[in-house]
Design a binder for this molecule. Structure first.
Ligand SMILES: Cc1cc2nc3c(=O)[nH]c(=O)nc-3n(C[C@H](O)[C@H](O)[C@H](O)COP(=O)(O)O)c2cc1C
Ligand SMILES: C=C(O[C@@H]1CC(C(=O)O)=C[C@@H](OP(=O)(O)O)[C@H]1O)C(=O)O
Length: 378
């Protein structure tokens, strides 16, 4: 069984995650984890904090001579901003609409909202990306590949749905793009919209898409609600700060289609086995992977902290006030897409280990290859 927990405040000394259940003998390249951490920090519209942080992972346990031992893997990422937060600060009393401020202060009985925002903050997603990067390494051993791109920022949208080949061909462009968008004209318009929002003391959200390739059929299960993979992927994506909607395959568009237009017809050939010509289901049927690529989309609301704040109520005096202002991003959709890759990798690694689980990578491979061999005879 795979599991992990993380701890760490946004302006504390750092973030720590302990992962249990990674099989032994998996080669881990720290530079791959650092590459994902750097990808998460990029993206047009991020605030000044990203000029301070230079996220790098330290591995404190579970890896020796570059390979996992089978014991818990402990990851640590330092907060370089920590040294600027050593002096006592004024209590934060003006909750920001859209952040965890008011609900968190009421629930945990805090009179200083900073005690809530320190952990509600998406700083925590650096730990999730490091954990996700290890999950990606495990999945890569089986040819599973996860990619993401941004399809909408602040209402500026990609003009078409792209197929897997076009997406793969444009991946280099996406990685270089300041907003992780594959179309140069749309990218420029997105950046203009972020600039306009920032100038007006406002913020934007958007949508990102995640594709997973080479997934074997049969991850997840139809037999109980909490084993359904589409539900678990939606849970993972929805748990990212700011996410308000998740789609699988055609998603909300499915509600307007006839059955005959929507469902992906089944074909068989001796060389390919069972296959589909369409993928409106997004690779999941009955809570299980069906062998087609998994396609997911997540919608992020606009960033809650506004430099031109909305109205709020001071929690000490109960008087109407403008909401508090913290240093903030204007847009974080490109970063959220990298976090999305991480949580999807984690969820799939969990499901993968449930199906093929073993204590060493060799054992997992034997189990996987046995199943793939069985599928070839079906
Ligand atoms: C990568 C990333 C960066 C974010 N940066 C900010 C930010 O600078 N300011 C802010 O108010 N919210 C930011 N958010 C969103 C808040 O963390 C989030 O809205 C808040 O924790 C409340 O959670 P909820 O939106 O899921 O309800 C960011 C989210 C992500 C994923
Ligand atoms: C620190 C990160 O994002 C932070 C997420 C965040 C929030 O409210 O979610 C608020 C900002 O924090 P600060 O006020 O310290 O600048 C972002 O910078 C990060 O992504 O590493």
């Amino acid at each position: 069984m795979l599991r992990y927990l993380s701890g760490g405040e946004s302006h504390g000394p750092g973030l720590t995650a302990v992962i249990d259940g990674i099989p032994s003998n998996l080669s881990i390249n720290i530079e791959e984890i650092n590459r994902d951490l750097a990808r998460r920090q990029k993206g047009y519209g991020r605030g000044d904090r990203m000029k301070i942080e230079k996220d790098k992972v330290k591995i404190l346990s579970g890896i020796r001579n570059g390979k996992t031992l089978g014991s818990p893997v402990t990851l640590h990422i330092e907060n370089l901003d920590w040294e600027n937060w050593q002096k006592p600060t004024q209590p934060v009393t003006r909750p920001r609409p859209g952040h965890g401020d008011l609900a968190g202060a009421l629930k945990y009985d805090h009179t200083d909202i900073r005690n809530v925002l320190e952990r509600a903050s998406a700083r925590e997603t650096a730990a999730r990306v490091a954990v996700g990067s290890i999950a990606k390494t495990l999945l890569k051993e089986f040819g599973i590949e996860i990619i993401s791109h941004v399809t909408c920022i602040g209402g500026v949208k990609l003009k078409a749905h792209y197929d897997a080949n076009t997406l793969k061909q444009n991946l280099g462009y996406v990685e270089d793009s300041q907003v992780r968008c594959m179309d140069k004209d749309v990218e420029e318009e997105m950046i203009r919209e972020i600039i306009r929002a920032k100038e007006e003391g406002d913020s934007v959200g958007g949508i990102f898409e995640i594709w997973v390739f080479n997934v074997p059929p049969g991850l997840g299960s139809h037999v109980n609600w909490d084993r359904k993979l589409d539900a678990r992927l939606a849970f993972g994506l929805m748990s990212i700060q700011g996410i308000k909607g998740v789609e699988v395959g055609l998603g909300f568009e499915a509600g307007g289609k006839r059955g005959s237009e929507f469902h992906d017809e089944i074909f068989y050939s001796a060389d390919k086995g069972y296959f589909r010509k369409t993928n409106n289901a997004g690779g999941i049927e009955g809570g299980m992977t069906n062998g087609a690529p998994i396609v997911l989309r997540a919608a992020m609301k606009p960033i809650p902290t506004l430099y031109k704040p909305l109205m709020s109520v001071d929690i000490t005096t109960k008087t109407p006030v403008k909401a508090g202002i913290e240093r903030s991003d204007t847009c974080a959709v490109p970063s959220a897409s990298i976090v999305g890759e991480g949580v999807v990798a984690w969820t799939l690694a969990e499901a993968f280990m449930e199906k093929f689980g073993g204590d060493s990578l060799q054992e997992v491979k034997r189990n996987y290859e046995g199943y793939m061999e069985y599928l070839r005879t079906r």
